[in-house]
Design a binder for this molecule. Structure first.
Ligand code: ADP
Ligand code: ADP
Ligand code: MG
Length: 644
């Protein structure tokens, strides 16, 4: 085994790798950017090396600098985590040329799976079923349109270099093909510098089922499947293992196909073979097709660990250190069912906009696995993926594991940023999902109900007001004097831009009569708990002027000072500014052009997402202050309108 390894990553995955390394007695070296100096992964490591600025291009993507850090620290191997350099064959070669071990597959294995068209051709040769379609070299639009017709509509256009759902277009009918092709190629060129596409049959009622494989460079085993069909815009939201409705026959067929894929490229380490499955008529052994292989550890690997009892990072380290595969296929078994939910700092009602903030509080219930790269007090910065944690549950049956997940989400407490907890909670309680009706369209079909923010109850408002006035813990003695003259107090709070006033008449230590919007509510204390209409008031936390009520998911109230209520948000509506640091992808405005409120003036790419920046009012464009390709800071002015 290694004595010391460097982890070329950050956040949750860096922490995950370090935990196993520590358990194996392996010392760890972290690397960090300016934005991460005080982060959890740095604290967990035995040593940490500063490698550059906050922007990944100046730190986590600088292979040579990371290799230099590993050499200087005396590390023998580098674990890439996922993302960043994990699927970069040039990096693998550089690591090896430096005399270090890359904990993962060979550069050539990564290259064979790097482009979707080449990977599909290779898999066809290895006898793995691939999605029917065209994945040849001819990129002539008329030729591709003819191929689409042959495949029969609907078809999917995919960038061969694609990833993260980019460069992908669903085309329902021949009339739309030409436009979709141009737009897919355009997106592929900007995102990957490669316009080439392939055409695939669009599978109806698609399910995403992937197989975890593990190889030693010659032979491979599989660790069964994960179902990742719960997706939003081709991004996984909740994953599970095993797949609902899976039969022994289909599992064997998919497992064998995945092992064939891995062995065909001499795969070493942990990898995932992704299949698309036709779920329109149950699962059938002839109804799955290879989509792509991810040549790295995957975000959702914990559900596989939960049902197999295998620590995949331990296997990665052991195999990279020269050991043989720790288990044989026939010794691997499935025990129970597991779910993983991806908890993000994001504003769901605002179209899942990534959020930032300093976590004033972060706790998880005891009976779950929470893989997190942040702690209370840490900041979700605008520089990286806004993931807060993965919440993983494991139970004897799917129903048990799912109900554990629903409860765990309800008991997870985050304050200091807005999160997708409520959305995940709604999914975990979705009837169709519970019944195993999983397909990649589920979230989109029910989006409206899933993103609904539940009404904020009087109980939540009163709980917040109680905390604001410090009336929660009120001891008997303090209020004894007021028995004959109720103590009257009031507080102004704001919730999502709406201010309201709560007034209370304190009637002794255990009775409070609250008035909200003219309605009275009696709140009384019994056995140490405050009750409203027989129900306990929800728990809250206060951090400065912000009070978060867990009812059950976090709702944040802001305490207003009644004296400066007049201050309004305002801002300069003439300036279109970058809301967060990012890369300017496009500017649509031109000096002198007339624009209307809501017109899209620029696109900013930040936190793995594209954000449209809109005109805040009607006007004439006075000046363009940035160009496509510029990296800008938060608050940088991009477009200025003429004075009204
Ligand atoms: P998976 O395919 O493993 O489920 P996703 O497709 O959801 O994962 O996203 C994983 C990809 O997202 C990685 O390949 C990487 O590009 C990026 N990514 C996610 N989280 C991080 C992170 N903490 N640091 C760097 N990159 C990340
Ligand atoms: P990426 O590299 O962006 O992850 P994939 O090829 O893995 O691209 O596809 C991403 C998602 O798109 C899949 O998980 C699935 O939801 C959907 N998808 C891909 N191919 C098909 C297809 N042929 N039919 C239906 N859905 C598909
Ligand atoms: Mg994929």
């Amino acid at each position: 085994m290694f004595e010391k390894i460097l982890i070329a990553n950050r956040g949750e995955i860096a922490c995950r790798v370090m935990e196993t390394a520590r358990a194996l007695g392996v010392r760890t070296v972290a690397v960090y950017s300016d934005a991460d100096a005080a982060s959890k992964h740095v604290a967990l490591a035995d040593e940490a090396v500063h490698i550059g600025g906050a922007a990944p291009q100046t730190s986590y993507l600088l292979g040579d600098r990371i290799i230099g850090a590993a050499q200087a620290a005396g590390a023998q191997a580098i674990h890439p985590g996922y993302g960043f350099l994990s699927e970069n064959p040039d990096f693998v070669e550089a690591v090896e040329e430096a005399g270090l071990i890359f904990i993962g597959p060979s550069a050539s294995a990564i290259r064979s799976m790097g482009l979707k068209d080449a990977a599909k051709a290779l898999m066809e040769k290895a006898g793995v079923p691939v999605v029917p379609g065209y994945h040849g070299d001819n990129q002539n639009p008329a030729f591709l349109a003819a191929k689409a017709k042959e495949i029969t509509y609907p078809v999917l256009i995919k960038a061969v270099a694609g990833g993260g759902g980019k460069g992908m277009r669903l085309v329902e009918q021949p009339e739309d093909f030409a436009d979709a092709l141009v737009s897919a190629q355009g997106e592929a060129t900007t995102a990957f510098g490669n316009p080439d596409v392939l055409i695939e049959k669009y599978i109806q009622k698609p399910r995403h089922i992937e197989v975890q494989v593990f190889g030693d460079g010659k032979t491979a085993v599989h660790l069964f499947e994960r179902d990742c069909s719960l997706q939003r815009r081709h991004q996984k939201v909740i994953e599970e293992a095993p797949a609902p409705g899976m039969t022994a026959e289909m599992r064997a067929a998919m497992g064998q196909a995945a092992v064939r894929a891995a062995e065909a490229i001499g795969y070493k380490g942990a990898g995932t073979v992704e299949f698309i499955v036709d779920g329109s008529d149950g699962l059938r052994p002839d109804g799955f097709w290879f989509m792509e292989m991810n040549t790295r550890l995957q975000v959702e690997h914990p559900v596989t660990e939960a049902i197999t009892g295998v620590d995949l990072v331990e296997w990665q380290l052991r195999v990279a250190a020269g050991e043989t595969l720790p288990m044989r296929q026939e010794d691997l078994t499935i025990s129970g069912h597991a779910f993983e939910a991806r908890l993000y700092a994001e504003d769901v009602p605002k179209g899942f906009l990534p959020a930032t903030g300093t976590l004033t509080h972060l706790t998880f219930p005891d009976n779950v696995r929470a893989d997190s790269g942040v702690r209370a007090g840490d900041t979700i910065s605008p520089w990286y993926d806004p993931m807060i944690s993965k919440v993983i549950t494991h139970g004897p049956t799917r129903a048990a594991a799912l109900s554990q997940l629903a409860r765990a989400l309800e008991q997870t407490r985050v304050a200091g940023t807005t999160t997708n907890l409520g959305f995940l909670g709604a999914l975990a309680r979705h009837k169709g999902f519970a019944a195993g009706e999983v397909d990649t369209g589920l979230i989109a079909r029910d989006l409206e109900t899933l993103v609904q923010t539940p009404e904020v109850t009087p109980a939540a408002r009163i709980a917040a007001a109680q905390v604001a006035l410090d009336l929660q813990q009120a001891a008997d003695s303090e209020f004894g004097f007021s028995l004959w003259a109720p103590l009257q107090r009031s507080v102004h709070l704001e919730l999502e831009g709406n201010a309201f006033e709560a007034t209370v008449a304190v009637d002794g230590a255990d009775r409070q009569i609250w008035t909200l919007d003219g309605a009275e509510h009696l709140v009384s204390r019994q056995a140490g708990h405050w009750l409203l209409a027989g129900q306990r008031l929800p728990d809250c936390l206060r951090a400065g002027e912000v009070i978060t009520v867990f009812s059950p998911f976090g709702v944040s109230f802001t305490l207003l000072d009644p004296l400066d209520r007049a201050v309004s948000a305002g801002g300069d509506a003439a300036l279109i500014e970058a809301p967060m640091p990012g890369l300017v992808k496009a500017i649509f405005a031109e000096p002198g052009a007339e624009v209307r409120e809501g017109d899209r003036l620029a696109v900013l790419e930040a936190m793995k997402m594209e954000h449209a920046l809109l005109a805040a009012r009607d006007g004439i464009v006075a000046e363009i202050l940035a160009a496509a390709g510029d990296q800008v800071e938060a608050g940088a002015a991009l477009v200025r309108l003429e004075e009204a």
